[in-house]
Design a binder for this molecule. Structure first.
Ligand code: NDP
Length: 454
C-alpha cells in the first residue's frame, strides 16, 4: 500500500460516493479520500430529494387550510412567504452538510475540495496537486440535460428552482418525468399558475398506465394545465417575462421557464477519455455487475453509470463496491423490484412491473381499487386514490404494486418488502388489514378486474 497515498480515492461526494468512502474506511479500515467540487451531499441532499421534499411539505399547507373547513375549522386568511421557506430550507441543508462533514471526519476520510481529474489509472489531480490510490471510484453523479432549443439559456432547471428569489406568478415546466410533476405540484400548491409541456401523450413514461392517467386527472383538478404532444420551438425574453413559441398553440407567455427533461451522467472533464475508461453513447460509464469499469482498479457507481437514477440504488452500489473490493466478497446488487415514489400531489408509490410490462411475459390478473380517501368525505376535496396489484395467473405471485394517493410512498415501502420476498396474492389475502386505513385495500382486493384476454 505504501506505494500509494490512499487505498481509495472517490471522485464525487454525493450519496453514493460518501457512503462507499465511509464504508471502506470505517468497516474495512482503508485509507480513503473523497473529492468534491460543489457541496458534500451531492444532488440528493443539496439539489434534489431533500430540498424538493421540504418544498413539497411547504406546498401542502394550502390543501390543509382548505380541507380544515370540513372539520369545523375556520382558517383565517393565509399568505405564503417564499423567501422564508427558501431560507428555512437553506438552513436545513447547511445543517445536513455539516453532518456529512462530521460523518466523513469521524470515519477518518480525507475531504479534498476541487475537481478531480484522472491523470492515469492510479493518479488524480486536483488543482495542480496529485494524489495516488490503489483503487479509484467515480461517483460524479448527473446533471440536468437540456435540449437544443433557441433561447434555452433563459430556462432554469431544478437546480435553480430550489433557490428562486421569489415565486413566479406563472411558470412553464417542460418535461413530464419525476422532476416535472413534482415541481408542478410544488409551484401550484404555493399559488403559481402552472403549465406543463410534454412531447408525449401523457406524463410519467414507464409508469403504470393507470397511475399516469390518475395523476394527470388529479393535476387537472388542481388547475395544472398539461399540454401534451407539444414541443417548444423557441424561448424569447420579453419585457415582462418569456414568450414560448410552441408547435401546438402560437405563443405562450410566462414569468419563468423550467426544463426537467432528464439528467445525464457527469463524465466530462475528469480525465476519463484520457485514461481510456469506457463510456456508452450517452456518456455513462460502462461497468460490470460489480461496478468495475474496463480498467481493473477503477470503479463507478450511481447516476454516472445511468443504471437506475435513485439515491438508495447508489448507496447500495457503494456498499456492494466496498465489500467486493475491500472484503474480497464479490457482491452485486439486485435491480429487480426497486421501489420508487413520485412526490407529486397526490404522490405515487410503485414497486415491480407495470401492467404493460407484466403482460409481455405473463398471464396476469389485475386487482384494482379506486376510492375517495376517508379524510375527503368531510373535507369535500374531489380527490381519489387508486391501488393496483398485478398478479401472475400461473404462480399467484404479485409482480407489481402501484398506488396513487396520500402516503403512497410510505405504504409502498412496506409492500416492496413483500414483493421483493416473492409474496403471492394468497399471502396478501391472508394478511389482516389495519382498519381504517387506505393501506388495508392492498390486502382486501378480492375480485380481479375482468381480463380482456379471458
Ligand atoms: P425523467 O427521465 O424522469 O423524465 C424526463 C422527461 O423529459 C420525460 O417526460 C421526457 O419525455 C422529457 N423529455 C426528454 N427529452 C425531451 C426533449 N428533448 N423535449 C421535451 N421533453 C423531453 O427525468 P427527470 O429530469 O424528471 O428526472 C431525472 C431522474 O432523476 C429520474 O429519472 C429519476 O430517476 C430521478 N429522480 C427521482 C425522483 C424520485 O425518486 N422521487 C425525483 C426526481 C428525480 P418522454 O416521456 O417523451 O421521453
Amino acid at each position: 500500500m505504501a506505494e500509494y497515498d490512499y487505498d481509495l480515492i472517490t471522485i464525487g461526494g454525493g450519496s453514493g460516493g460518501v457512503r462507499a468512502s465511509r464504508f471502506s474506511a470505517q468497516r474495512y479500515g482503508k485509507k480513503v479520500a473523497v473529492i468534491e467540487n460543489l457541496r458534500i451531499g451531492g444532488t440528493c441532499v443539496m439539489r434534489g430529494c431533500v430540498p424538493k421534499k421540504l418544498l413539497v411539505y411547504g406546498s401542502h399547507f394550502s390543501d390543509h387550510f382548505e380541507d380544515a373547513e370540513g372539520f369545523g375549522w375556520s382558517v383565517g386568511e393565509s399568505r405564503h412567504d417564499w423567501a422564508k421557506l427558501i431560507a428555512a430550507k437553506t438552513k436545513e441543508l447547511n445543517r445536513l452538510e455539516d453532518v456529512y462533514h462530521r460523518l466523513l471526519r469521524e470515519a477518518g476520510v480525507d475531504e479534498i475540495t476541487g475537481t478531480g481529474k484522472l491523470v492515469d489509472a492510479h493518479t488524480v489531480e486536483v488543482d495542480g496537486k496529485t494524489y495516488t490510490a490503489e483503487h479509484i471510484l467515480i461517483a460524479t453523479g448527473g446533471w440536468p440535460k437540456l435540449p437544443d432549443v433557441p433561447g434555452i439559456e433563459h430556462a432554469i432547471t431544478s437546480n435553480e428552482a430550489l433557490d428562486l428569489e421569489s415565486l413566479p406568478e406563472r411558470i412553464v415546466i417542460v418535461g413530464g418525468g419525476y422532476i416535472a410533476v413534482e415541481f408542478a405540484g410544488i409551484f401550484a400548491g404555493l399559488g403559481a399558475e402552472v403549465t406543463v409541456i410534454i412531447r408525449a401523450e401523457n406524463i410519467l413514461r414507464g409508469f403504470d398506465q393507470t397511475m399516469r392517467e390518475a395523476l394527470r386527472d388529479e393535476m387537472a383538478k388542481r388547475g395544472i394545465n398539461v399540454l401534451s404532444e407539444c414541443q417548444v420551438k423557441s424561448i424569447e425574453k420579453t419585457d415582462s417575462g418569456y414568450s414560448l413559441r410552441l408547435d401546438q398553440v402560437d405563443f405562450l407567455e410566462t414569468d419563468l421557464v423550467m426544463y426537467a427533461t432528464g439528467r445525464g451522467p457527469n463524465t466530462k472533464g475528469i480525465g476519463l477519455e484520457e485514461v481510456g475508461v469506457e463510456m456508452d453513447k450517452n456518456g455513462a460509464i460502462v461497468v460490470d455487475e460489480y461496478s468495475k469499469t474496463n480498467i481493473d482498479n477503477i470503479y463507478a457507481i450511481g447516476d454516472v453509470t445511468d443504471r437506475i437514477q435513485l439515491t438508495p440504488v447508489a448507496l447500495a452500489e457503494g456498499m456492494a463496491f466496498a465489500r467486493t473490493v475491500f472484503a474480497g466478497e464479490p457482491t452485486s446488487m439486485s435491480y429487480e423490484n426497486v421501489p420508487s415514489a413520485v412526490f407529486s400531489q397526490p404522490p405515487i408509490g410503485t414497486v415491480g412491473l407495470t401492467e404493460a410490462d407484466a403482460r409481455k411475459d405473463h398471464d396476469v390478473l389485475i386487482f384494482q381499487s379506486r376510492f375517495r380517501p376517508m379524510k375527503h368525505t368531510l373535507s369535500g376535496r374531489d380527490e381519489h386514490s387508486v391501488m393496483k396489484l398485478i398478479v401472475d395467473k400461473k404462480t399467484d405471485r404479485v409482480l407489481g404494486a402501484h398506488m396513487i394517493g396520500d402516503d403512497a410512498p410510505e405504504i409502498i415501502q412496506g409492500i416492496g418488502i413483500a414483493v421483493k420476498a416473492g409474496a403471492t396474492k394468497a399471502d396478501f389475502d391472508a394478511t389482516i388489514g389495519i382498519h381504517p386505513t387506505a393501506a388495508e385495500e392492498f390486502v382486501t382486493m378480492r375480485e380481479p378486474l375482468r381480463d380482456e384476454e379471458d
